[in-house]
Design a protein around this ligand. Structure first.
Ligand SMILES: [Cu+2]
Length: 91
């Protein structure tokens, strides 16, 4: 019987922003909410894709490489849509 093989996983530094912003939104409950929020972020020209996970209440925004949306702007857009930001995480 072979001994367990030790697998060494090497990760490159993941600290650099790769263009994905996950915004947790409180108050977002249905697909109508999701549409309103999507519309707000789709107006930013370097936003490539917006996905909404209603189960986790997370808006996943993908931007062009190296382009970021400031926390302030995210907060403003979510507020304009009628919701509140609970958390912002960049990946
Ligand atoms: Cu709704």
């Amino acid at each position: 019987m072979k001994k367990a093989v030790l697998v060494l996983l090497c990760f490159v530094s993941l600290s650099a922003f790769a263009g994905e912003i996950n915004v947790k939104v409180s108050g977002m409950v249905c697909s109508m909410c999701a549409q309103g929020i999507k519309k707000k972020f789709s107006k930013i020209e370097f936003v490539k894709d917006i996905n909404v996970n209603l189960d986790d209440k997370i808006v996943i925004i993908k931007t062009e490489e190296g382009r970021d949306i400031s926390d302030q702007q995210i907060n403003d857009l979510i507020k304009e849509a009628g919701y509140n930001v609970a958390n912002i995480e960049r990946k």
